[in-house]
Design a protein around this ligand. Structure first.
Ligand SMILES: [Zn+2]
Length: 51
């Protein structure tokens, strides 16, 4: 059972940062939250056109 939304059926089970089982949708949500926490700039893959 998902620890966040209590869903029993999901296309894919995932784990949160604490190792608890969450459904696919909740797993994706957690991922996006982590990305937002990390910040907008990610290793400068967007910029870098200055040789
Ligand atoms: Zn869920």
């Amino acid at each position: 059972m998902c620890n966040l939304c209590r869903a029993r059926s999901t296309p894919a089970w995932r784990k949160d940062s604490e190792g608890r089982y969450v459904c696919n949708a909740c797993g994706l949500r957690l991922r996006q939250r982590e990305r937002l926490r990390m910040g907008k700039h990610t290793a400068g893959s967007e910029e870098g056109g200055s040789l």
